[in-house]
Design a binder for this molecule. Structure first.
Ligand SMILES: [Zn+2]
Ligand SMILES: [Zn+2]
Length: 221
């Protein structure tokens, strides 16, 4: 699908409200290497990395930048949540929770693997399933290569404040899946799942440079 003005506006809003890539680029190279290890472990295993494996000062710097979220279950790292969120992503033989709706759509795009997302409508709680897969043999940030299959699902992106503290507490809860019956078609906050996938892929594509080459290889390569 084409990148519309609306899609670019949402991407710009997300980059303004949560400038993750820019924040990481300001960190020490050693800290960025630790970030790479954490994000690679997440994509590779879909399980939360555990804090003792990492240098405490690096973890503290990453937490300070809101690049990771440490909870009892381990280290959450956008788009992956270490705590349950109600948005489950299954890819390869792995399953995990995503921080929010856009984060869930990012996971298959970053690693080039098909995925199934199980979530509930944020308003009526009905179960929703979204399949994200390659259209032309590969998944990439080129939106024409992404096929999203679902019935009656949209994404609401409703943040209003310009500044956020911790993204997963303040921003992610406002980025949700809704069913067609609950979606207000006139709402400026409504995004199609396909448009939200484009936003997700573009926002998170920088993570590929932190992954080992094999982890980001397209599944049909
Ligand atoms: Zn609903
Ligand atoms: Zn999020």
């Amino acid at each position: 699908m084409p990148v519309t003005d609306h899609t670019s506006n949402v991407l710009a809003a997300l980059l303004r409200e949560f400038p993750l890539r820019a924040r990481l680029e300001r960190l020490d190279p050693d800290v960025r290497r630790t970030y790479g290890a954490i994000v690679s472990e997440w994509y590779g295993t879909a399980a939360p990395p555990q804090p003792p494996k990492f240098e405490p000062s690096h973890l503290a710097a990453l937490e300070q930048a809101d690049a990771v979220v440490v909870v009892d279950a381990g280290i959450g790292c956008y788009p992956f949540s270490a705590a349950p969120t109600g948005i489950r992503v299954t890819y390869l033989d792995r399953s995990c929770h995503a921080m929010c709706a856009i984060d869930a759509l990012a996971i298959p795009c970053v690693i080039g693997q098909s995925a199934t997302i199980d979530a509930t409508c944020n308003a009526c709680r009905r179960r929703l399933t979204i399949a994200v897969g390659p259209r032309n043999g590969s998944l990439s940030i080129d939106s024409n290569d992404i096929a999203v299959t679902h019935s009656g699902v949209s994404v609401m992106y409703a943040p209003k404040a310009a500044e956020h503290g911790v993204c997963n507490r303040q921003l992610c809860p406002l980025i949700v899946f809704v069913c067609d019956e609950c979606a207000d078609p006139g709402s400026a906050d409504l995004l199609s799942v396909a448009a939200a996938t484009v936003v997700a892929a573009q926002f998170f594509s920088f993570q590929r440079k932190y992954l080992p080459p094999k982890a980001s290889a397209p599944e049909h390569a």
